[in-house]
Design a protein around this ligand. Structure first.
Ligand SMILES: Cc1ncc(COP(=O)(O)O)c(C=O)c1O
Length: 289
């Protein structure tokens, strides 16, 4: 394999990635031999309304012409207020405020084995993928522990009922609270969609409430309608204290750094995408399918 002469520092130094020249609907278009790839996964599970939506592009352009940047430490914008209000309202009164950063990494900083929350030192410290953590292990917070993955297919013993499987995991969680000292457990973070068994999250929430531990659900990948309700926790009959959302929020239209948090163009993209999801009744479609 030839080492790339490109000025781009790619994610893998040994790999040359393919040049993408366009994207529309459910296809991306590559330059090399003009191949068109179908992208059913929406890239890295990012696109939710298809690539190249003209309404979203126009909303970004209009916003850039109106107010292209906002230093959110001093100011706010109309679009920021509208998007945050629509996000808060979308939780049907369960949540009070929204905070937009630049990425899922930024929003996630205690977790289940094999969960993924990002690659910053905070997100790496809480996540379970050992191979992804290995190189950074000396720098990671040590005051973190992980619960067994709740995944009936792999985790439930043959002679165990579903209820006794959940009871075993809940005992493990309770033992871990006691080992740490419940007053020292500040946060429990989990992805709601990792093969979880119905009922586990209700028990987790009860444990968190007993010890005043914040429950954070990372819905960066499963939120915004992907499970047929806007948020996956709605199907668990619980409400987290904080949720993180990401990929299908702006449908892949924008991502930026902290100086740019709450960026007006990102807000305009996210607001337009969320309006399209609502107006075109995409959640109904997901439930039908
Ligand atoms: C559940 C979850 N949390 C956090 C992240 C990190 O998001 P980002 O890559 O936008 O920083 C991801 C990305 O795949 C994710 O799936």
């Amino acid at each position: 394999m030839t080492v790339s002469k490109s000025a781009v520092l790619y994610r893998d130094l040994a790999l040359e990635v393919l040049p993408l020249v366009g994207a529309e609907g459910n296809h991306i278009i590559l330059k090399n031999d003009q191949k068109i790839y179908l992208t059913p996964r929406g890239g890295a599970a990012v696109s939710c309304i298809g690539w190249g939506n003209k309404r979203v592009a126009q909303a970004i352009m209009d916003q850039i012409l109106e107010a292209p940047y906002c230093a959110t430490i001093f100011y706010t914008t109309k679009v920021q207020k509208r998007l945050y209000r629509s996000l808060v309202d979308s939780t049907k009164g369960h949540m009070a405020r929204a905070y937009i950063v630049n990425s899922g990494n930024g929003s996630c900083s205690k977790a289940c084995q094999t969960s993924y929350h990002g690659t910053t030192l905070g997100a790496l410290a809480v996540r379970g993928h050992e191979y992804r953590r290995a190189e950074f292990e000396p720098f990671l917070m040590k005051n973190v522990s992980r619960m067994s993955l709740c995944f009936e297919y792999h985790g439930k013993k043959p002679d165990e009922s579903g209820d006794s499987y959940v009871a075993r995991l809940i005992k493990e969680l309770e033992d871990e609270f006691q080992r740490f000292g419940p007053e020292r457990v500040y946060v429990f973070i989990a992805e709601p969609m990792v093969g979880a068994y119905r009922g586990i999250f209700k028990a987790v929430q009860a444990g968190c409430q007993r010890y005043s531990t914040l429950l954070i659900l990372d819905e960066v990948i499963c939120g915004i309608g992907r499970t047929g309700t806007l948020y996956a926790w709605e199907q668990e009959d619980i409400v987290p204290d904080i949720q993180t959302i990401g990929k299908a929020l702006g449908g892949g239209a924008f991502a930026h750094g902290h100086t740019y948090q709450g960026h007006p163009a990102a807000c305009a993209a996210a607001l337009e995408v969320q309006q399209i999801i609502q107006k075109e009744k995409l959640l109904d479609n997901i439930r039908d399918l």
